[in-house]
Design a protein around this ligand. Structure first.
Ligand code: ZN
Ligand code: ZN
Length: 388
């Protein structure tokens, strides 16, 4: 793509984007960084922002940026992009693949950053009479970067009315978006279960206390949770890791299970945690092993404002973007913390590359054409705000 401004219907055709957004996306895609290590990414964004004098920039420690545009005395609108990548070895075969071994933008956050830079570009060309904040947020992937940046005192300076964010979707074609009012992304809680038994030769199991067997019991009991809690609400409680033992013919003394709970809201998560702990206590007693249950990062559910959803639908209709009603997803998103503090809206941005590899796949490569749609929609939301 040459200049994104030339492709957007509502803008004067003569205006040219200062930055080439396709190139920006490709360059960001090559330098994926993990949570709270987005130093090169932060420098890259700062470098691009130098093209636009007049913006106020606040750096979060250790990474992350808040960019302020002031054009009126009104409250601020906040637009957020997450910045981090995943510990995955890229296998897309694209000619702008990751140059960081074992790291990959497999969740499309490179596209999110690019869209926010494209939005800033539009704003700085057209200078709308409103107040805007652009948040480049670190560590969305399981490390709750949103919570970390929200703890910064810089927010006290601003009265924020609405907060928007998007996430690329491999399940929707370019030109289609999707969202819903109310609970959209699940509340989540991650956990580690560490089991300590006693090792012995496998020929004399009576002398050991089998941590692996206890781990399997925990695993199987947790699968029964939907029957135990008898809830109509959909929830998940499952494991992605089970490791135990180090020798083929010894009773394992250690076992680790790592997993996650997902439910509609944090209240339900709290109740499920209690049921989960009760299971671990029962297994501990039955197998005479020590079980530690450690709950790690928790994400607030994403609660979408019905009013902001109407704003999005209006903006979509004005920009010839299709809107579809979304189902609630059991994925987690730390935008939930932002949407809990201010009126917020998160939506899926169609970015199917026709191969439909899922998010976090080593082949996931969202379509670059989604960038202009994201910029266009965000900017239309700003234009409509000016009209109110
Ligand atoms: Zn992700
Ligand atoms: Zn993501």
């Amino acid at each position: 793509m040459t200049a994104i401004a030339n492709k957007i219907d509502n803008y004067p055709k003569s205006e040219v984007a200062v930055i080439n957004l396709i190139k920006v996306r490709q360059e960001l895609h090559q330098i994926p960084e993990l949570a709270f290590q987005e130093f090169k990414t932060q420098e890259y964004i700062l470098n691009k922002l130098m093209s636009y004098p007049g913006l106020q920039i606040h750096r979060f420690a250790p990474t992350g940026l808040l960019v302020e545009y002031t054009g009126s005395q009104d409250k601020y609108e906040l637009f957020r992009a997450d910045m981090d990548a995943l510990p995955i070895t890229e296998n897309t075969g694209c000619d702008f693949s990751s140059i960081h071994p074992g790291k990959m933008h497999a969740c499309g956050h490179d596209i999110h950053i690019t869209i926010l830079l494209g939005l800033i570009d539009q704003v700085m060309q057209h200078k709308p009479r409103c107040n805007l904040l652009f948040l480049f947020q670190p560590a969305e992937e399981g490390c709750s970067g949103a919570e970390a940046v929200l703890a910064d005192l810089v927010w006290q300076k601003y009265e924020i009315e609405n907060a928007y964010a998007l996430h690329v979707s491999p399940d929707l074609p370019v030109g289609t978006i999707s969202s819903r009012a109310g609970n959209f992304f699940a509340a989540t809680a991650e956990y580690d279960v560490t089991i300590e038994g006693v090792s012995s030769h496998i020929a004399t199991p009576e002398k050991g206390r089998n941590a692996l067997q206890a781990g399997i019991e925990v695993y199987q009991s947790v699968q029964q949770l939907p029957h135990i809690v008898k809830s109509d609400e959909h929830f998940l409680c499952d494991f992605g890791i089970l490791t135990a033992g180090s020798v083929r013919n010894a009773i394992p003394a250690h076992c680790l299970l790592s997993g996650t709970i997902r439910a509609a809201d944090r209240k339900r998560i709290a109740a499920l945690k209690e049921s989960f702990k009760a299971i671990c206590q029962a297994v501990s007693a039955a197998y005479d092993v020590k079980i530690d249950t450690e709950f790690l990062a928790e994400y607030q559910e994403v609660y979408n404002s019905a009013e902001l959803l109407e704003n999005l639908k209006t903006a979509a209709a004005q920009t010839n973007v299709n809107y579809r009603q979304a189902e609630m997803t059991m994925a987690g998103e730390d935008f939930g913390f932002i949407a809990a503090r201010w009126k917020g809206l998160l939506f899926w941005l169609g970015a199917s590359d026709k191969k439909s590899y899922p998010l976090h796949s080593d082949r996931f490569l969202p379509a670059e054409e989604a960038i202009e749609i994201g910029v266009k929609l965000f900017y239309q939301l700003i234009l409509n705000k000016l009209g109110t």
